[in-house]
Design a protein around this ligand. Structure first.
Ligand SMILES: *[C@@H]1O[C@H](CO)[C@@H](O)[C@H](O)[C@H]1NC(C)=O
Ligand SMILES: *[C@@H]1O[C@H](CO)[C@@H](O)[C@H](O)[C@H]1NC(C)=O
Length: 468
């Protein structure tokens, strides 16, 4: 029963955040009003999972979302891993079970039951209940004035923003540890989340603790309204603005962008249509990017309607086609991609040069594409990693550090792979961090289910992109 407040915390966050989002489709009802809160069956592992597995990916309407929420709400941990290696093998057993889960929600139910979420249910709940406050706030007061013009345009060649400057600026969470590019401080790093999560919830189990107080990078993060389920073109505006703003308040120190999943294609869209951003970024570290969307949409979908950004991340969506056109499938800044060929439950294909994560380099700015299983073949850091698992993968971290300490992207050839590949999780992270990172996918699943503004057609391409 622990999951109810979680549902409503996430739901509340998304509904509050939905101003400016596309209007709800006909018939969409606020889930709170459907009386979900009462009369729920208490799930038994087997029956909940078989119920979730039976939900059709091609249904119409929202009945499946309600069924999935009801089923998931009855899940609670029945066991807990005691070590990272055990947690990793328990996670791989879920995704390699026979038969494999039919959809993300059945997989999430298994993750919850196996205790593969942040600590216990209470911890999970607490992090979600804090959905819109403190380090997870979407309305931060950032009073520092940038030393360059950042709005309405940092350069006349930039696309126009649809959002106001106040809207763009308030999503940036600047921790009290941030040094504003002071002499001797490490370079600023902007942490950009992925679909269904916030910057805080995506990175609290990995790059927030790894970077804060380090000599590698000085992190800030973006908590974007709608948890990145709204129009990806809107999501891209936040990162475009943040790059210019953070540069402008940090003594014109160039920044790095660390992004997860959709956050990477939003960032690539920002580089493409806000060219002022490019010279301000030393490195883009792309964890599990989907530059070609995913052919696995059925794993996430319980039919249509779907959140706008989910439709936009289908393999041949208008958004993806537009992003990739005119050299958008090549890097604009030095880019280091880190992805899991075995096994990404969200993005496929994710293997070799055909991977959705694979970025070209027509402009010779420097790209390294790093499939962890190819570089660390047969070793712990080349084992089973999920879509979110690249965030705690030790090779990913070593490449990020290498990228930030050299010009150009991170290069595996410069690393001591014997040491790096021997680690199943980045040194400095522990089981708690592992589970907090796994939360990102569980929260994403809940967010997808409760997102109020689902649509059946992806948002129109904005005129600045349609005309170029
Ligand atoms: C604007 O962009 C152009 C083309 O990239 C560049 O030559 C120019 O210096 C930029 N102007 C400013 C003010 O950054
Ligand atoms: C992981 O480290 C954090 C502090 O860095 C600590 O609070 C937590 O208890 C640790 N968890 C485990 C399982 O050791």
């Amino acid at each position: 029963m622990h999951s109810f407040p979680l549902l409503f915390a996430v739901s509340g966050a998304l509904i509050q955040a939905s101003n400016g989002a596309p209007p709800p489709v006909q018939g969409e009802v606020n889930l709170d009003e459907r009386g979900l809160v009462s009369g729920l069956p208490i799930g038994v592992l087997g029956s909940v999972i078989s119920e979730l597995n039976s939900l059709s990916p091609t249904a119409t309407g929202t009945a499946n979302y309600v069924s999935a929420l009801t089923a998931l709400a009855s899940c609670s941990p029945t066991t807990a891993p005691t070590a990272v290696t055990q947690a990793l093998s328990s996670l791989s057993a879920i995704y390699e079970a026979t038969p494999t889960p039919n959809n993300l929600y059945a997989a999430i139910a298994m993750q919850i039951e196996e205790g593969l979420v942040g600590g216990d249910a209470a911890t999970f709940l607490t992090s979600a209940e804090g959905a819109l406050s403190g380090e997870n706030s979407e309305t931060n007061s950032n009073t520092a004035k940038p030393s360059i013009t950042v709005y309405p345009k940092a350069n006349s060649s930039d696309a126009p923003y649809d959002l106001t400057e106040a809207q763009l600026r308030e999503v940036i969470y600047i921790p009290s540890t941030f040094k504003y590019g002071a002499n001797g401080a490490p370079q600023p790093v902007i942490l950009m989340p992925g679909t269904g999560s916030s910057g805080y919830l995506t990175f609290i189990g990995n790059y927030i603790p790894l970077l804060q107080g380090s000599t590698i990078g000085d992190p800030v993060w973006l908590n974007i309204p709608g948890f990145l389920l709204n129009d990806a073109q809107t999501n891209a505006e936040y990162i475009a603005y943040a790059i210019n703003y953070i540069y402008g308040i940090s003594n014109k120190r160039q920044v790095a962008v660390f992004a997860w999943s959709q956050g990477n294609i939003d960032t690539q869209w920002a580089f493409k249509y806000w060219p002022s951003t490019r010279s301000k970024v030393t490195d883009h570290i792309a964890f599990s990017p989907d530059y070609h969307g995913t052919t696995e949409a059925n794993f996430i979908a319980l039919g249509e309607p779907l959140p706008p950004s989910v439709l936009q991340q289908e393999y041949n969506s208008h958004f993806i086609d537009t992003l990739r056109s005119n050299g958008g499938d090549s890097a604009y800044v030095p880019t280091t991609t880190v992805y899991s060929g075995f096994f990404d439950e969200i993005v496929e294909p994710q293997q070799g040069t055909g991977a959705s994560a694979y970025l070209l380099d027509a402009r010779s700015v420097g790209v390294s594409n790093n499939e962890v299983q190819l570089i660390c073949a047969g070793q712990p850091a080349g084992g089973f990693y999920t879509h979110e698992g690249t965030l705690y993968n030790a090779l990913g971290y070593a490449l990020a550090v290498d990228a930030l300490s050299h010009s150009g992207p991170g290069l595996a050839s410069r690393l001591n792979l014997g040491t790096v590949c021997a680690q199943a999780i980045t040194p400095g992270l522990n089981l708690t961090d592992f589970l907090l990172t796994e939360n990102a996918i569980v929260i994403a699943g809940f967010s997808l289910l409760v997102y109020p503004n689902k649509v059946t057609v992806e948002p129109a391409i904005r005129s600045y992109a349609a005309s170029s």
